[in-house]
Design a protein around this ligand. Sequence first.
Ligand SMILES: Nc1ncnc2c1ncn2[C@@H]1O[C@H](COP(=O)(O)OP(=O)(O)OP(=O)(O)O)[C@@H](O)[C@H]1O
Ligand SMILES: [Mg+2]
Length: 249
Amino acid sequence: MSHHYLSFENVSYTYPDGTAALKSISFLINHGEKVAIIGANGAGKSTLIMHTNGLLLPDSGTVNVGNIKITKQTLPLIRQSVGLVFQNADDQLFMPTVYDDVAFGVINMNLPQSEIDRRVTQALNDTNSYHLKDKASYQLSGGQKRNIAIATVLAMEPNILVMDEPTANLDSKSRRNLINLIKSFSHTCIIATHDLDLAWEICPRTIIMANGSIIADGSTRELLTDTNLLNKTELEQPYQARYPINGSV
Ligand SMILES: Nc1ncnc2c1ncn2[C@@H]1O[C@H](COP(=O)(O)OP(=O)(O)OP(=O)(O)O)[C@@H](O)[C@H]1O
Ligand SMILES: [Mg+2]
């Protein structure tokens, strides 16, 4: 399943205004891994996430999905493998109805109508959103929009699921539903988040970013109990790391 791994090799990216947002980033994420990307506001998480499916292309260095290098030419192929949930759900929803939004990417995959319907229904059910299918996205609450944005990506059945702040705006029931969904997702999953309890619960591995660089990459249990490291990166230890249940650390 080589197409399920993701590698960054010395990836650097500077925005047109001169902000150096990624500085020689390298890592390899293997098939089936669940990895959290954490770091303070402005650390570079979203910029990194946008490089996983070619929304941004590096100024230097390479991003590979399996043995395919991300370039303008390979984008259609890459986007069949890598499903990306944006930080801002409004960027992902633009069709007249929720149903159309969730169907949009699937329709572009040239699947039969019955398969399109099956996938859309499943993704809407998985995010407890089927009852919203005939609404327009501007009629939805923030958390409902987040769930629909997640459904648009789930419907495409990606090999690599990448999410930028997926629990933002979600109430505790929707957050728990999402956690269970991610737990049951057997492929690769990469989550940029400020929700360190989420990282603690579902990601065995964490990458910590600061000022466009990776400053730690390792076991979530080890990194999120390292108070020196967390203080240095302006992160707060998750509740579950401070108050472990029966020595779960
Ligand atoms: N379109 C842009 N043009 C110029 N600079 C940008 C742009 N988008 C982001 N930046 C800058 O790039 C750096 C990294 O931003 P990025 O959005 O990747 O951070 P982040 O870690 O996702 O932050 P947050 O936790 O707030 O979502 C920041 O300094 C930010 O101001
Ligand atoms: Mg961000």
